[in-house]
Design a protein around this ligand. Sequence first.
Ligand code: B12
Ligand code: SF4
Length: 502
Amino acid sequence: MHKKIQITLFCIGSNFTCIGPRRISAYLKSKGIRTRIVFVTGNSDYSISLEGDCKKQLADMLKKDIAVGISFTSNYLKIAEALTCFIKDALPIPVIWGGVHATVSPEESLGICDIACLGEGEEPLLEFIDSLVNLNKSNQIRNLWIKSGDQIIKNSQRPLMDNLDELPCQDYEIENHFILKKEKIRQLEISDLKKNFGFSLTRMMTFGCPFRCAYCANDRYQSLDMRYSQIRHYSVNYFINETKYILNKLPFISYLLFDDDAFLGLPQEVIQEFCEKYKKEIGLPFGIGGIKAEILKKEKLYMLVDAGLITVRMGIQSGSERVNRQVFKRHFSKEKNIEAAKIFKLFKNKLRPPFYDIILDNPWENRADKLATLELLRELPRPYFLNVFSLSFFPGTELYERALKEGLINAYDPLKQYHKIRKNFLNLLMLYTSILKFPRSFYRRFLDSKMIKEEKKEYVFFYYIYVFINLFSRLLSYYTNYKFVLAKIRKIGKEITYGISD
Ligand code: B12
Ligand code: SF4
């Protein structure tokens, strides 16, 4: 029925994992709709120039489309806006925004695009295309907010998909994939994916998180539908088969990263089944992100390490219980974090040093809170790696509303970069505490001094020294892990045997 219907999905971001658009594209294809995915990277300052040839190329490319979809996280808002304005000027087709930003900020999104998809997009987009094809232009499609004149039609949310195994495998067929980079659109090549992914592929087996931190998009998702707090997952067989299909397309991958919000929230028996099948059928070393101390179980870790787990990343965010509980709404105790770190230590010969996330530049921290974080970083078993983030206020979250109310921000600033921490003495102290254990009295002395808040040029130098040491030791930690080295050697062996050069 849909044979000649075509839609292009733009996926904006520095990384081409784009699970959402790949899932939607595969779903629409399974319903007979032609899809194309364009990966848009933009400039390093989160802007894009659509000049000369690029405009012509874009207009030519989209002229037979029935609609255009754009997927992005909030920090790529400027690029999404530029792209949308250009498409709307050039062609009479609707532009639909989907993904995290459209979900957390639909009203503002509709100031620019025609339709915003809140949450899962497969079924709503298909229904929308159907309505365009059948010329009944329905405004009643659940999950979609639709601009109609000066009004916004706010449709309700449909139930979340129950059986994820019914979805086709993500779209990794590169024949219909393109890249928009440096004012040019061209066919995507396998070497682009190799360059973008390196040796690592990001995967997700579960969706949803039982927690609701005040700075996280899940806060907004759960106010849309409480089922986002439940952990939904693919069956082990589905997940292994999809992984095999993708690995077949990407022969250079020698490591997987499970970036789920709560992978360890999977029931013990599912983890057991996963470990048995993964070890036998995939066998690559892997990492798990999004670990929370509250749901870490030694028994699960034993099985996962045996199956090839080499990297663990856990969110600590603050050493202060007051900040964690009252500001971040994270009811995770300091003791639990230390207990979890000790569990990781049990596997020190098999795991790389663990990665811990900490949020800095928090305007609601007092002296005691800062000291508590420094003391926790001092206490955590070494070695470990620190990932530091500058507290950013993403729309739709409780902390964003609080920052607006208290006048700390006037509006969302997509150009504030979460990884650009302030180069002050306090932040340097945090970073260096992860590699050097200073005496306790040292922290007290500096926390009371005036220099703690100062941002000086000299500090930038020490900051980059830290970044260099950190990057170097992270890389080294891969190459001193025997499972990783073995997987690499096997990959190189295969590439030589089968003559894979890309
Ligand atoms: C995997 C992941 C990554 C990976 C891969 C990113 C990528 N480009 O694919 C990596 C590690 C690289 C990454 C990096 C970043 N991430 Co990230 N990441 C995630 C994570 C854990 C999962 C995203 C995902 O794939 N979900 C699964 C898919 C199926 O869901 P989905 O994308 O929402 O897609 C569905 C719907 O949204 C909708 N949909 C999506 N696109 C479209 C398009 C149309 C047209 C329609 C109709 C519907 C639609 O349908 C899809 C299928 O049902 C989320 C947290 C989360 N649980 O969602 C954070 C998250 C998206 N990341 C976040 C952030 C901030 C970032 C970074 C900016 C910084 C960082 N924390 O490292 C960078 C920038 C990434 C980029 N865009 O290049 C925030 C975004 C907040 C915000 N308001 O935008 C999130 C929500 C984390 C959080 N808890 O707050 N990330
Ligand atoms: S635990 Fe992590 S993923 Fe879950 S709500 Fe908190 S920050 Fe978000």
